[in-house]
Design a protein around this ligand. Structure first.
Ligand code: NDP
Ligand SMILES: O=C1O[C@H](COP(=O)(O)O)[C@@H](O)[C@H](O)[C@H]1O
Length: 496
């Protein structure tokens, strides 16, 4: 890997401490950083280099998946860090930054490869990109890349505007839009699971699949993010980005070659083929909810409207579910259901693929019940793939029961999503980043629903904290003769 400078805007912030420093450190331990690198942290506050390095060390102590205690490598790693005070709106600060970047490049003999990571409030994304250009930071002999955090806009128009501004300073192939779901082990594994297994490829279509369910349920509430979350809601926070990305990864066709651009093209075809939801009809296929008080994991918790920083009159969504159709011969007639919510019964991100069950009638004559085959891809907190199938259980009078084949990844050995994504960006591999076409088309699909929410065309259901969301989301599937598959409903008889 080529030597480089990692310029981090927002170096004193929460994300840097919880995710970015631990990711860099673990990449370093795995030998996945270049042999020479310079890291420059930026923020408004004044900090000496040694104080900054101590802050980084503290964050590793707290959040790194690998211990830093007595690590002989720690000091070498920390010695790559420098701090520079910079206010993103002050052009002079960028000129001083350029001077620091260049002097470190000369000192370390680094060719001018520069990765700019914007871990700051989204309102600064365009300002910083422009200043990188104006100050000359972007004029370099080597490559330049921009990693940008979410959210990317708050609706279709603002996303387009932001993208146009970023494009004044960076080419699309230099922009890496983080969607941390794309860095998760099982989401990255989807591509291989579906594309590299002819057995699965053969049944990955509407002849065999009855429906696909994608769930991201969380037990946490709004936490300390009231200011952001109350303006975003589950639809912007999770649905427009993570959920639709997982849907694209699940439904994409086999590309003619496994390259970033072929995969990107296949994903784009899927998001483009989503049947639009019209604002006036959105209530027929979208459910929105807001948690009321209840109990999560045995602890009483407040309702959304009682959370600190949330107005008692807020109509923000903390749950959203939707039924989507893909206008594509392979998926015609297969509903994709997606749902996400806070303060639900369990923390679980999963894809359940329910296969058609033509044997049901056949076995009725034998007084036996067969269940549909289910392929369950658990993304978090467990990382597991399992297949539920029917078989006779000799220990139970030879009755037909659901059996399960499963593979579980060893989570302790798994790199974090941010490790994978930062590594990919350093390598220049954009496969698991959100490309502009996908982002734009996702906003395009979501936009009428946002408007329907704003105009109260979709009822806001209160749901008890600790439940599985509003009953209306169950009804959405019942209308089609299906139900959400939850963990306890999948009997675990055989673990191979
Ligand atoms: N935290 C999280 O879990 C997640 C965050 N994100 C995204 O990551 C980004 C960062 O979030 P987070 O770390 O939580 O935010 P924080 O509020 O914790 O940190 C913001 C950072 O920006 C710096 N900053 C603020 N104003 C300025 C300014 N005018 N000039 C220069 N620096 C400034 C702050 O430093 P100082 O005060 O010293 O200026 C601080 O380092 C956001 O886009 C967020 O949406 C995405 C997913 C999860
Ligand atoms: O991006 C976000 O994701 C988290 C959920 O991520 P996970 O990796 O724990 O599944 C969510 O809590 C947060 O609101 C959202 O901004």
């Amino acid at each position: 890997m080529e030597s480089m400078t990692f310029v981090l805007f927002g170096a004193t912030g929460d994300l840097a401490k919880r995710k970015i420093y631990p990711a860099l450190y673990n990449l370093y331990l795995d030998g996945k950083l270049p042999s020479t690198f310079s890291i420059i942290g930026l923020g408004r506050r004044e900090l000496r280099d040694d104080a900054f390095q101590s802050q980084v060390e503290q964050s590793l102590n707290q959040f790194s998946r690998r211990s830093v205690i007595q690590s002989p490598d720690l000091n070498t790693f920390l010695s790559a860090f420098r701090y520079h005070p910079l206010n993103v709106t002050h052009p002079d600060d960028y000129r001083k930054l350029l001077h620091l970047v260049q002097s470190r490049e000369n000192e370390l003999n680094i060719r001018g490869n520069r990765l700019f990571y914007l871990s700051v409030s989204p309102e600064f994304f365009d300002v910083i990109a422009l200043q990188i250009k104006e100050s000359g930071l972007g004029d370099t002999e080597g490559w330049k890349r921009l990693i940008i955090e979410k959210p990317f806009g708050r609706d279709l128009q603002s996303a387009r505007l932001l993208n146009a501004k970023l494009n004044e300073a960076f080419e699309e192939n230099e922009i890496y839009r983080i969607d941390h779901y794309l860095g998760k082990t099982m989401v990255q594994n989807l591509e291989t699971l579906v594309l590299a297994n002819p057995v699965i490829q053969a049944v990955w279509n509407n002849r065999h699949i009855a429906n696909v369910q994608i769930t991201a349920s969380e037990t946490v509430g709004v936490e300390e993010r009231a200011g952001y979350y109350d303006r975003a809601g589950a639809i912007r926070d999770m649905m427009q980005n993570h959920m639709l990305q997982v849907l694209m990864m699940t439904a994409m066709h086999l590309p003619s070659q496994i390259t970033p651009s072929h995969i990107k093209d296949e994903k784009r075809k899927i998001i483009k083929a989503l049947q639009p939801v019209h604002k006036s009809e959105a209530a027929l296929s979208v459910v929105r909810g807001q948690y009321a008080s209840g109990s999560v994991n045995g602890n009483a918790v407040a309702g959304y409207l009682q959370e600190p920083g949330i107005e008692a009159s807020s109509r923000n969504d903390t749950f959203v579910a939707a039924r989507l159709w893909i206008d594509d011969p392979k998926w015609e007639g297969v509903p994709f259901y997606i749902r996400t919510g806070k303060r639900m019964s369990e923390k679980s991100t999963r894809i359940v693929v329910e296969f058609k069950n033509p044997t049901k009638e056949l076995y009725v004559t034998r007084n036996a019940i067969t269940s549909p085959n289910l392929l369950v891809i658990e993304i978090s907190p467990n990382e597991r793939v399992s297949l539920q199938f029917n078989g006779k259980n000799a220990e139970n009078d030879g009755n037909i029961e659901s059996l399960e084949l499963s593979f579980k990844a060893d989570q302790n050995k798994q790199p974090e999503a941010y490790e994978r994504l930062i590594h990919d960006a350093l390598e220049g591999d954009a496969t698991f980043f959100a490309h502009w076409n996908e982002v734009e088309l996702s906003w395009q699909w979501v936009q009428p629903i946002l408007e329907a929410f704003e105009e109260n065309l979709i009822r806001l259901h209160a749901y008890e904290a600790g439940s599985n969301g509003p009953e209306a989301s169950d009804q959405l599937l019942e209308e089609d003769g299906f139900e959400w598959w939850l963990d306890p409903k999948i009997p675990q008889l055989v673990l191979l």
